[in-house]
Design a protein around this ligand. Sequence first.
Ligand code: ZN
Ligand code: ZN
Length: 96
Amino acid sequence: MNNISCPKCRWKPSANDKWQCSCGHVWNTFSTFGECPACAKKWLYTKCHTLLACGKWSPHIEWYNDLDEALSAQLEELNIQTAAHNQPIIEIHEQR
Ligand SMILES: [Zn+2]
Ligand SMILES: [Zn+2]
């Protein structure tokens, strides 16, 4: 995982490192910007590795060393999601 490290101890997680959600799902939290793919819970804080590193909680966004790039990618993703949610469910046809 390039450009991602613990803001407190600089531990760098690898793609094989996993986090567990309160719902029990296990995944790499940096692949989804901290959102659990199973229950859609958004983790604003991410815990460092308890055994290999400091084990402290830090804001998820602070783990990205290249913050601008991470933010723009996240904003892009949010825009895509917003656009998807704004799709009309019922099409209204005007009667003339
Ligand atoms: Zn979950
Ligand atoms: Zn750490």
